[in-house]
Write a protein that binds this ligand. Structure first.
Ligand code: 13P
Length: 258
């Protein structure tokens, strides 16, 4: 089993001071743990510089939650991939279901953002996942297949190998209703098999496929023990240092036992 990855998506939460306190607390709790797990914090844009400064001395790296699909220019209010790269941001979430819903992001937009992130040597964390109606109608595999193919399968094998995928069933986000380990494993195995068909076995095995949706320190161990679940994209539970570190510890336990 390869090392796990745990990414905290803070969404639109925390004041500057609270963000500072939380990053310091997470840094302190991770200090000296000699982690195998990759830990990434994705605070709001305004706190990225603070995060990358603190990350120099800490066991985490930093990601953004979004970027513009355009390179630069007259696009009021947007932030480019290049700007993120200049701040030493290493990851960027794209295609989160909240952006698909509130900002009408399509698979095509997500494909453009992925391209522009790769051009700036950032690692895109590309989200996919079905809504509850789609799952109830038995369409979840079809929906996720379309999202993955349309947002990622234009990439060369080399570029694809820099991408992280996050499966986040929309009905599990912020609801407390986690996908069962079996539901997560089934979808992750399906995604890996899509990758295998397109890019081959080695690439499929190496690709990180994270689970997101009401993952917490209590359920992380069971979820991360599934062979195709390579870690988690964590929302609410990443806003409390102990809870988030508990999830990272679960990832470490799984790796040590395998
Ligand atoms: P919750 O962990 O709060 O359910 O959110 C998951 C998520 O959307 C992470 O991107």
């Amino acid at each position: 089993m390869k090392p796990k990855m745990v990414i905290g998506n803070w969404k639109m939460n925390k004041s500057f001071e609270e963000a500072d306190d939380l990053m310091i607390a997470i840094g302190e709790q991770l200090a000296g743990l000699r982690l195998e797990t990759g830990v990434v914090l994705c605070p709001p844009y305004l706190y990225l510089e603070l995060a990358t400064d603190l990350a120099q001395e800490a066991e985490f790296t930093v990601g953004a939650q979004n970027c513009s699909e355009l390179k630069n220019g007259a696009v009021t209010g947007e932030i480019s991939a290049e700007m993120l790269a200049h701040l030493d941001v290493e990851f960027c979430i794209v295609g989160h279901s909240e952006r698909r819903k509130f900002f009408h992001e399509s698979n095509q937009t997500i494909a453009k953002k992925t391209d522009i992130l790769l051009e700036s040597q950032l690692i895109p964390v590309v989200c996919c996942g079905e809504v509850i109606e789609e799952r109830k109608a038995g369409q979840h595999f079809e929906v996720v297949e379309k999202q993955i193919k349309e947002s990622l399968f234009h990439l060369s094998k080399e570029d694809f190998e820099s991408v992280v995928i996050a499966y986040e069933p929309v009905w599990a986000i912020g609801t407390g209703e986690t996908a069962t380990p079996e539901q997560a494993e089934e979808m992750h195995a399906f995604i890996r098999q899509l990758i295998e068909k397109k890019y081959g076995t080695e690439t499929a095995y190496a690709t990180y496929i994270l689970y997101g949706g009401s993952c917490n320190a209590q359920n992380a161990l069971e979820l991360f023990s599934q062979p195709n679940v390579d870690g988690g994209l964590i929302g609410g539970a990443s806003l409390k240092a102990e809870e988030f570190v508990g999830i990272i510890e679960a990832a470490e336990t799984v790796i040590k036992e395998n």
